[in-house]
Design a protein. Structure first.
Length: 385
């Protein structure tokens, strides 16, 4: 998608740079719930809060299976060895056999018992993988402490964009800053969805087939936290920068900024004030790429003399709204709204020089922010659940 076909222009124009992802994990979270509240004495502005000197750990290691048969089985195997040693002593005629074989059997039994008592904690600690928030740096630490990668620093402005599957059983936090973009995910079962309903309700819904929802790290493994751990990480980041959940910061291939920050959208060298009336609409179009035809989705935005087309490849077809609505509870009225924001009307391809290519995971969050902005009186009403 990012490369030009021979003899043709890049249909997207510029493409947002999304460097690889990385992360770390943490101790049991505080029982403060979600969303995080401002601590006494902290500034109410959106300025970055000075980092705490303590180190927070957010564990992303898959739980090891419970040792159901290990130690008990070793003890059972040691009993026949001791019995065999006594039988040999009582029945063997050879002096050599009576002296050496029982010693060997007893040694084997003792070795089994000693192995069963060996502590497993050091090995478990050595294999831990997760995110570490040390001072103002959030880093991914691989298993055994090997392969550290910095995701962001809380001294600089950063963004956290929450995305969820239509059924809210998977959520991903896109961390964006001057260091690039990384992803951290968590899966939610029924009880977890009820416990963290407020957190899930803040996430924009995207298609379940999106590769970004897998939150693959630079080591090729998913960065998957438990729901309480992810909630604790987001709470800590929100305390460091209260406006981070309404912000993302990227740079496109042309070097221009691509930023959504509370009341402002910057893209393609243009600035759109989300607190003032603006026009926007969602659309789809297709273009030939050699012998193939690519289908794109776009968002047209205009405010005053500024006009832009945000484009990306169209994802797989979204689930039918009627069938999905029957299985969703009141919590997911916002999910139905986001699914409607994914819809677009067919149009002709926009001018190439006015396009800005974005990662398609960001299309719904951008449309959601535009949908909350004031509209000119003549434009269509907002999307509703």
């Amino acid at each position: 998608m990012g490369r030009e076909a021979k003899g043709q222009k890049d249909p997207l124009g510029s493409v947002a740079t999304l460097p690889p992802i990385e992360a770390r994990a943490h101790e049991p979270p505080p029982a403060t719930g979600w969303p995080a509240v401002q601590r006494p004495g902290e500034p109410a502005s959106d300025d970055v809060v000075m980092p705490s000197p303590e180190t927070r750990w957010f564990d992303a290691t898959a739980p090891d299976p419970a040792p159901t048969r290990g130690t008990g089985a070793r003890r059972l195997w040691s009993i026949p060895l001791l019995v065999a040693a006594l039988v040999v002593v009582a029945t063997a005629r050879s002096v050599m056999l009576r002296a050496l074989l029982p010693v060997a059997l007893v040694a084997a039994a003792v070795a089994l018992l000693a192995r069963g008592r060996r502590p497993l904690l050091p090995a478990a600690q050595a294999s831990r993988r997760g995110l570490s928030l040390d001072g103002d740096q959030l880093q991914l630490r691989g298993k055994g402490g090997v392969g550290e990668h910095m995701l962001l620093t809380t001294r600089e402005r950063f963004g956290v964009t929450l995305l969820a599957t239509p059924r809210r059983d998977r959520i991903v936090a896109l961390l964006s800053s001057s260091a690039g973009m990384s992803c951290v995910g968590a899966s939610f079962d029924g009880p977890a969805r009820r416990t963290f309903a407020a957190l899930l309700d803040r996430a924009s819904v995207v298609g379940s087939d999106e590769v970004g929802l897998e939150a693959i790290g630079p080591d090729g493994e998913p960065i998957s936290l438990g729901p309480p751990v992810l909630a604790a990480l987001l709470e800590e980041l929100t305390l460091r920068s209260p406006g981070c959940l309404d912000r993302f910061l990227l740079t496109d291939a042309r070097g221009a900024t691509l930023i959504l920050d509370s009341g402002e959208l910057r893209a393609g060298g243009r600035v759109f004030d989300l607190t003032a009336p603006l026009e926007w609409r969602a659309f789809v179009f297709q273009e030939a790429l050699g012998q193939a035809v690519a289908v794109y989705q776009g968002t047209w935005v205009r405010q005053g003399t500024s006009e832009i087309f945000l484009v990306c490849l169209l994802p797989a077809m979204t689930p039918a709204l009627d069938g999905l609505g029957k299985s969703l509870g009141p919590l997911d009225r916002s999910a139905l709204r986001d699914l409607r924001l994914m819809q677009g009307i067919p149009e002709s391809p926009p001018p190439s020089d006015e396009r800005v290519a974005i990662d398609r995971l960001l299309m719904v969050p951008i449309r959601s922010a535009l949908d909350k902005a004031p509209r000119p009186a003549a434009q269509a009403p907002r999307a509703r659940a």
